[in-house]
Write a protein that binds this ligand. Sequence first.
Ligand code: GLV
Ligand code: MN
Ligand code: MN
Length: 415
Amino acid sequence: MLKTSSLRINLDRLLNRIDRLAEIGAIEGGGVCRMALSDEDRRGRDLVVGWMKDLNLDVSIDRIGNVIGIRAGTEPGNPVLTGSHIDTVATGGRYDGNLGVLAGLEVIETLNEAGLATRKPLAVGFFTNEEGARFAPDMMGSAVHQGVFRVEDMLQVIGIDGSRLGEELEKTGYAGEAVTGTCRADCFIELHVEQGPILEAENHDIGAVEGVQGISWTEYRLSGTSNHAGTTPMRLRQDAGYVASAISVEARRIANSMGGDQVATVGVTELNPNLINVIPKAALVTVDLRNTNEHKLQHAEGLMAEFVTKTCYSEGVSLESRTLARFKPVDFDPCMVDLVADTATALDYKVRKMSSGAGHDAQMFAPNCPTAMIFVPSRDGISHNVTEYTEPEHLRAGADVLLQVLLGSCQGASD
Ligand code: GLV
Ligand code: MN
Ligand code: MN
């Protein structure tokens, strides 16, 4: 009789699926560009859904395009849910998000192969537009799934290329009919690459994630006056480019002066007309602020808002700002976190509890069902970069921990 605790995933099969999915939208350097609801995203979805069907999962697609494949349990009820996302940033790696979905499929295939039934149903999902790089906010599909946003509002969101999300979703063929959130989860466990340097630096194999830091995204549209770079005295300028640069420097200053977990990034600066001898009349700037502490995050937001208002006023530049994403820090369920840590230890992996710097679909589930995440190391802590890499043995470690955590959560695989 097979003991479920000795069951292990098939690494070659997992690697093969990672490679095959990474072929869709492949870009130079080994990375992937599969932005949410692009044609590449559609092709990636088709591939993964094909695998779900091959594994005999009951596949449903909801109105925001989240896809969930369920393996029935011996008893009815909400499934134990795993998964992540398969959209990427434009300069993405092959593991961010994809690992969690494909490791979920590998767990299902391992159970199928072993002929193991679980008491509770087990499901694997991928959630629309986790990255938020094309359509803000990030974690959109999982947020809609968990009732944070209304699907009708999200379908109206305009992307960075001027497209409307609902229309792009229709084009992919993944505008489903399932009501969002109909697949309530018994619990949610997401495997993901760390995307940071801690596990590697400390020589740990597994991170048991205790929570995710708060995220604040703001877009600033600055309007000044174009004029000649040579003839316009400095005191007469209304330079939108200058204000954009000052915002970037201030973001760094705020993060450095606050210290601790505070981080700040200006990821977008677009100048118009963007010519060497013309003072920019317009600028678009985005600011990404994150902190594990909500009060400190609010403090950083306040400092930034005050600075932008003051600088626009003194430069004679007008300002429009809007919040693109705002999520508070989230704590995961301590029992689930312990389950991840204990499972990793039982499998002889070196495990560390930690918080997540990146946003994840799991944070949308955390308020509504017991939730946790498993991290595996990222080489040099690099992510959102084509060189993102995780050692195969760490992928194995993460997927085996996921397998055992899911089995434990499905309570009583009948062996
Ligand atoms: C998503 O990857 C984010 O944390 O920005
Ligand atoms: Mn991700
Ligand atoms: Mn990402």
